[in-house]
Design a protein around this ligand. Structure first.
Ligand SMILES: Cc1cc2nc3c(=O)[nH]c(=O)nc-3n(C[C@H](O)[C@H](O)[C@H](O)COP(=O)(O)OP(=O)(O)OC[C@H]3O[C@@H](n4cnc5c(N)ncnc54)[C@H](O)[C@@H]3O)c2cc1C
Length: 262
């Protein structure tokens, strides 16, 4: 049986471990510890497409939904408008990633820096390391959005549904997680995400219980070549699957994994 190594067990890598394990001998590697991982992401997505993607591997996306949006407020500073929502929700991304790999051959807390580190054991190595793109050659011109996000606990939610505030080159988001929690974050091309986020926190209060953030690759796939080198093939954000206008990468990374598995 052919052996495949999946390096990076974010949403795309975890999905591939689950999907490919029926036909191949698959081993997964993740640099975060199993207990201490918290995917830096607002955990917002479309339930309609997620249901389709996950049903093909026997999971019910409904089981992971934390909050179903009704309408999203878009705050333009001097005016606001509301968009009716169909399917936008937040979901427990961490539990989903764990459920996809539990019971499979995976190693957590292992930082893979090159394909050589894995030896000759594998016929194929998947680079699903997201922004790190740890096993593929560097991209000539990489575009990134700088992000910072807080998980916030409220005694009373300051906003009762999805909220975004667009800025010159990025936006601030408030995504409810249910149970009086929200992901409040900001992505800014010019690196002023902390300034905008802390202004929002001063205005709306809340207790910060987690802080995450990382650069987000918005370089389009056509500029993320090569997609493969030797035995290594890139899947997900490592090869530019983020919709640059919204910074949305969950569904496109899963679709990339689905195409790869076919
Ligand atoms: C703050 C923030 C908020 C976001 N919010 C949303 C949102 O609400 N909705 C949405 O659709 N998208 C969102 N995105 C984008 C989305 O999270 C990513 O595009 C998507 O998760 C990419 O999936 P991936 O599996 O390709 O990479 P990742 O999910 O980034 O997974 C990569 C994995 O590889 C591991 N790894 C990295 N290097 C190594 C290495 N050398 N060895 C071993 N393991 C390694 C990492 O620890 C990680 O677990 C957000 C991104 C950020 C930064």
């Amino acid at each position: 049986m052919r052996k495949i190594a999946v390096v990076g067990l974010g949403v795309a890598g975890s999905y591939l471990v689950s999907k490919l394990s029926h036909e191949y001998e698959v081993a997964g590697f993740e640099r975060c510890d199993y207990e201490n991982c918290y995917p830096p992401c607002a955990w917002g997505t479309s339930s309609i497409e997620m249901q389709r993607l996950l049903s093909s591997i026997g999971l019910n996306f409904e089981d992971y939904i934390l909050y179903k949006g009704k309408e999203m407020c878009v705050d333009l500073g001097n005016s606001r408008f509301w968009i009716k929502l169909r399917g936008l929700c937040t979901f427990d991304k961490l539990s989903l990633e764990r459920d996809l790999v539990d019971g499979h051959d995976t190693k957590f807390g292992v930082h893979i820096r090159s394909a050589e580190q894995l030896g000759d054991e594998y016929d194929l190595i998947i680079d699903s390391t997201g922004f790190s793109r740890a096993l593929l050659p560097k991209i000539d011109k990489d575009y990134v959005i700088h992000t910072l996000e807080y998980k916030v606990k409220y005694s009373k939610m300051p906003i009762d549904d999805f909220y975004i505030k667009p800025m010159r080159a990025g936006y601030l988001w408030f995504f409810p997680l249910g149970d009086s929690y929200a992901h409040v974050g900001c992505g800014d091309y010019f690196g002023k995400q902390k300034y905008f986020l802390d202004s929002f926190m001063r205005e709306h209060g809340g207790e910060i219980v987690k802080v995450v953030g990382r650069p987000l690759r918005i370089t389009p796939p056509s500029m993320c070549q090569p997609y493969h080198a030797g035995k290594v093939v890139g899947v997900g954000e490592s090869i530019g699957t983020v919709f640059s206008v919204l910074g949305e990468g969950i569904i496109s990374s899963l679709r990339c994994a689905e195409i790869f598995s076919k």
